[in-house]
Design a protein around this ligand. Structure first.
Ligand SMILES: Cc1cc2nc3c(=O)[nH]c(=O)nc-3n(C[C@H](O)[C@H](O)[C@H](O)COP(=O)(O)O)c2cc1C
Length: 163
């Protein structure tokens, strides 16, 4: 049985919905167990136990959210050189940008020698005012479908052993 680990952090629901959609998309694949774990509870042992990864987080202040970064910080050296070649994908929730978070995650994944199986999916929620930014986010069916398709593709690749 292969394992797909989806680590997520979300402040107002967008990245959480992206992670859940990816998990749903992956869930139909026989021979792949999907684990959805909050970044605050995830650590090196979760990474070592999995065969592939999806990381889902918001962009906050032009970078990954602090909670996702803290997970990566506490896990980075314990697993360095032990994940080489494993596949990953990134889901970024942003207001209007997302490139800072995507770039930061890609650099960390390069350090771990992970292999990106797709370009990051960046969903912009277009909140501008403080009230809108702090409000609960609702993604479109098309945005969620894209995340589900990525999850399905990752799970299919793991099941077939193509990554
Ligand atoms: C403290 C804070 C900083 C943010 N900084 C950025 C930013 O640098 N770039 C951007 O595009 N959006 C930024 N946003 C907007 C969020 O990325 C956006 O609302 C996203 O949908 C949040 O995802 P979440 O619902 O999973 O928490 C910021 C939001 C907060 C609360």
């Amino acid at each position: 049985m292969k394992q797909l680990l989806i680590v997520w952090h979300s402040r107002t629901g967008a990245a959480q919905a992206m992670a859940q959609a990816a998990a749903l998309g992956a869930g139909d694949e026989a021979g792949v167990a999907v684990r959805l774990v909050k970044a605050e509870s995830a650590g090196p042992e979760d990474l070592l136990a999995a065969d592939g990864y999806i990381f889902a987080a918001p962009e906050n202040l032009a970078a990954l959210s602090g909670e996702m970064k803290a997970f990566l910080d506490r896990s980075y050296y314990p697993v360095l050189e032990r994940l080489n070649g494993r596949p990953y994908a990134a889901l970024i929730a942003a207001g209007s940008d997302g490139t800072g978070a995507a770039r930061q995650l890609a650099r960390i994944a390069t350090g771990w020698r992970l292999r990106a199986i797709a370009e990051p999916i960046v969903v912009c929620t277009h909140a501008q005012s403080p009230e809108a930014i702090l409000g609960q986010k609702h993604l479109s069916d098309a945005e969620l479908r894209a995340c589900a398709e990525l999850g399905a593709a990752m799970a299919a690749g793991l099941a077939m052993g193509v990554f």
